[in-house]
Design a protein around this ligand. Structure first.
Ligand code: HEM
Length: 418
């Protein structure tokens, strides 16, 4: 047994304000000052253990030690996740529900999503040719709303695209917001859940035609461990767990646009259209730029790890951003170097922008593969299928705004398809 050790503690009553002030770098800053991959702080008036790095991630994804039920703050559930979805399940119930998600992430589905991405980019770019300038982030949300609805089987009329893109965008744009933005996010979630719930009822009554291959059908007809159909409101939450994060890839597309501009020497390598080079570039975008700061769980039962005591029900945060920038895992973590992925060993615990561990039995992001596929197609389109100028604009991005975005959201002018 390891010798008992005390977890380094950040003194003080509560550090939630500092978390807002330091954003993505909150855990990383303390990892440096404590010179430790584990420390304790106080957030939202409770004790919280923070973990960072590969070893911490390995511990965090041990299902015998951590649970998700009750870990997500209410305001995040009311905007980002929804109530009753896969994120808050544990054990067999989680495994069964996660199987529903992973069953639709087939090779064929991935090929379809890639094809749809090219198709909707092309349609959008044809419209952009008629305009002086467009904002990449806002346009990407509309492209991805169409890709997601088409893939999932959700009917979407042309004149609905803008409204639905805004609604789905509100949910992830408001997750860490306070005040009016937070309330707008909640309203958008309520409206989107009603939209999905109505569709689920229609599918079940056979009032709408949808292919049995589509997630709208398979989720509507999915049965739980007792053999019952899920409540329609839960199916709605799970369908939005496909639509919302697919639209959120627009954040990564805006950062891809930024990277192509700021790391033009590295982008040169993808002009060949070589799929490996495209993939390495988007992997580096996912590693380098901030998106999800951390993820949260609760300690299941008291246990000891490396001599440190974890007490039942303690909130525990795993640093996703900081692990992707950890100097013990990454050489020159603060340099943008897509070629590092030529030799990356594929560990499930060091490259964790979308969570780590296993897909089926853990909470790792169900949509990670299609995220990479959509980003890869988008990068290919941006670099090899069109030309554009970037007029003068503010390309800085913040480490305290969550999710972070280039300030100007990437304005492109004089777009021409090639
Ligand atoms: C914009 C890109 C994306 C990012 C940054 C992202 C990030 C994440 C993160 C951090 C988690 C939680 C991991 C954890 O708590 O351990 C997660 C879970 C999840 N993601 Fe994603 N995601 C993205 C795209 C997608 C897409 C495209 C889909 C589906 C089409 C998706 C579906 C899910 C689902 C269903 C979960 C819950 C998994 C579970 O609890 O077992 N995500 N994602």
């Amino acid at each position: 047994m390891a010798e008992k050790r005390a977890i380094p503690v950040e003194e003080g009553l509560d550090h939630s304000i500092k978390l807002l002030g330091e954003g993505y770098q909150f855990i990383l800053n303390r990892r440096k000052s404590f010179e430790s991959n584990i420390f304790e702080t106080r957030l939202l008036a409770q004790k919280a253990i923070c973990l960072t790095g590969k070893e911490g991630a390995q511990l965090f994804y041990d299902n015998d030690k951590f649970k998700r039920e009750g870990a997500a703050p209410g305001r995040v559930q009311k905007t980002l996740f929804g109530v009753g979805g896969v994120q808050g399940l544990d054990g067999e119930a989680h495994h069964h529900r996660k199987g529903m998600f992973m069953s639709i992430m087939s090779k064929e589905a991935r090929a379809e999503v890639s094809k749809l991405t090219y198709q909707y980019w092309d349609r959008a770019a044809a419209e952009w040719e008629q305009k002086d300038s467009v904002i990449l982030y806002e346009e990407a949300k509309k492209i991805l709303t169409q890709v997601a609805c088409d893939w999932v089987g959700v009917p979407l009329k042309e004149d609905e695209v803008e409204e639905r893109a805004e609604q789905l965008g509100d949910m992830f744009e408001s997750a860490a917001a306070v005040g009016p933005k937070h309330w707008k996010g909640r309203r958008s979630r309520t409206n989107a859940e009603e939209w999905m719930e109505e569709l689920v009822e229609m599918v079940r009554r056979e009032d709408v035609k949808v292919s049995k291959e589509k997630a709208l059908y398979t989720f509507s007809m999915h049965r739980d461990l007792k053999g019952n159909l899920l409540e329609a409101d839960v199916v709605a939450v799970e369908l939005l767990n496909l639509l919302r994060p697919t639209v959120a890839i627009s954040v990564y597309i805006a950062f891809t646009g930024l990277a192509v501009h700021q790391h033009a020497d590295k982008a040169e390598a993808v002009t060949s259209g070589d799929p490996d080079k495209l993939r390495n570039f988007v992997q580096e975008v996912r590693r380098f730029y901030p998106f999800f700061p951390f993820t949260a769980a609760l300690v299941k039962e008291d246990f000891e790890w490396n001599g440190y005591l974890f007490e039942k029900d303690t909130l525990t945060l795993l640093d996703l951003y900081g692990t992707c920038h950890h100097p013990e895992e990454w050489e020159n973590p603060d340099l943008f170097q897509p070629e590092r992925f030529e030799t990356w060993d594929g560990s499930p615990f060091d490259f964790i922008p979308q969570g780590g561990g296993e897909f089926d039995i853990g909470h790792r992001c169900a949509g990670e593969w299609i995220t990479v596929d959509i980003m890869q197609a988008s990068l290919d389109y941006l670099v090899n299928k069109m030309m554009y100028d970037l007029p003068e604009q503010d390309l800085t991005f913040s480490f305290t705004q969550i999710p972070s975005l280039p300030e100007s959201k990437i304005v492109m002018s004089d777009v021409k398809r090639v």
